[in-house]
Design a protein around this ligand. Structure first.
Ligand code: AMP
Ligand code: FE
Ligand code: FE
Ligand code: ZN
Length: 291
C-alpha cells in the first residue's frame, strides 16, 4: 500500500516527519509522499529515517494558488491547491528558492493577520501560534490559539468568525496564479496534479472546462483518490483524467490530530487504499508524457 498525500508538523499536520515515517511503516506502507503546504522541510527531515525503515519516500509539495489572474474588487476567492510530485528527479534549486519567497509571504500575511485580530479586540501573539506551527505558522495554528485563549469554542468557529477567506480578519497573501504554480512545478522537474477537485466551486461541465484550461497550461495529473471523494467523485475524476490524458494521483491528505477521522494510508473508512502498482503507473505515465 501507498499514501501519496500527507502532511507533517512542518506545515499544518500534527505529526513530526520522523513519527510519520514510523507510522507509515507500522501501517505497512511501501511508499509515502509528504506533500506539505509550500515547504519541503518535512520531506527533507524524513529522508534519513525513511531510508533506515526501508520506506520509499516521495518528494512532494502542495501549493496554494489563486484561480484567476485578475481579482474582482471586493470579492475573495478560495485558494486552489496544486500538488507537485518529483518522481524522476529532485526539485531544482530555483524552485527551492521560490518556496522560500512563499514562506516570507506567509510571515508577512501572519503579521497583518495579527494586526487585524488586535483591531477586533483579539490579543494573541504570533509566538503562541509558533508552538503549533514550528516551521511555518498557518491559519489552523492561529485557530488553535484562539481556542486555547477562549475567544472561540472550536477551530471551525475560529475560521467562521475570524480566519476564513471571507471572515473579519481575512488577509490576502500574494499567492501565484494556478497557471504559475503548475509551470513552476513543471519547470523544476516535477509533475503537477490538481488537488482534491471536490473542493473546487466548479462542477460538471464547468470543472471540465477548468481542467482543459489547466491541461493546456501544463497540468499533468489530477487527484482522483482523496479522503473527501465519494466513489461517484472518483469515477468522475478518473473519467476527466482519461479525457485529458492526465495521470491519476491519490492519497489520504493525512494531517494527524489536526484532521481527525483520516487514517494514514486508509483515508476515511478505507477510501484511499492504493496499491504500490498505482505509483508504478504514475511513474510510467510520467515517462511516456516526457517523450
Ligand atoms: P493557510 O495556508 O495558513 O492560509 O491556511 C490554510 C488552511 O486553513 C487550509 O489548508 C485549511 O486546512 C484551513 N482552512 C482554510 N479555510 C478554512 C475554513 N473556511 N474552514 C476551516 N478550515 C479552513
Ligand atoms: Fe492542510
Ligand atoms: Fe489541500
Ligand atoms: Zn493536503
Amino acid at each position: 500500500m501507498i499514501d501519496l498525500h500527507t502532511h507533517t508538523d512542518r506545515s499544518d499536520g500534527s505529526t513530526a516527519p520522523e513519527d510519520l515515517v514510523r507510522q507509515a511503516a507500522t501501517e505497512g506502507l511501501r511508499a509515502l509522499g509528504i506533500a506539505d503546504h509550500d515547504t519541503l522541510a518535512g520531506y527533507e527531515a524524513a529522508v534519513p529515517i525513511a531510508a533506515a525503515c526501508g520506506l520509499e519516500l516521495i518528494c512532494a509539495v502542495e501549493l496554494s494558488t489563486r484561480p484567476n489572474e485578475h481579482r474582482e474588487p471586493g470579492k475573495r476567492e478560495r485558494s486552489v491547491h496544486v500538488l507537485g510530485y518529483w518522481l524522476q528527479e529532485p526539485p531544482s534549486m530555483e524552485f527551492r528558492d521560490w518556496l522560500e519567497t512563499q514562506q516570507a509571504s506567509r510571515r508577512r500575511r501572519n503579521a497583518d493577520l495579527m494586526m487585524k485580530l488586535q483591531q477586533l479586540g483579539v490579543c494573541i501573539r504570533i509566538e503562541e501560534a509558533e508552538v503549533y506551527g514550528r516551521n511555518q505558522v498557518g491559519r489552523p495554528h492561529i485557530a488553535r490559539v484562539l481556542c486555547d485563549k477562549g475567544y472561540v469554542s472550536s477551530v471551525q468557529q475560529a475560521f467562521d468568525v475570524y480566519l476564513a477567506d471571507d471572515a473579519q480578519a481575512a488577509v490576502e497573501r500574494d499567492e501565484p496564479t494556478l497557471e504559475e504554480g503548475i509551470r513552476l512545478i513543471q519547470e523544476s522537474g516535477g509533475m503537477a496534479s490538481l488537488a482534491h477537485p471536490v473542493r473546487l466551486p466548479q462542477r460538471g461541465s464547468e470543472l471540465v472546462r477548468l481542467v482543459q484550461r489547466l491541461a493546456e497550461a501544463g497540468l499533468q495529473g489530477i487527484e482522483v483518490h482523496h479522503s473527501e471523494h465519494s466513489p461517484t467523485d472518483c469515477a468522475e475524476y478518473a473519467e476527466i483524467a482519461r479525457r485529458f490524458d492526465l495521470i491519476p494521483t491519490g492519497g489520504s491528505d493525512f494531517h494527524g490530530e489536526n484532521k481527525p477521522g483520516i487514517r494514514l494510508g486508509w483515508g476515511k473508512d478505507g477510501n484511499t487504499c492504493l496499491p504500490y502498482s498505482f505509483l508504478e503507473q504514475m511513474r510510467e505515465l510520467c515517462t511516456v508524457k516526457r517523450h
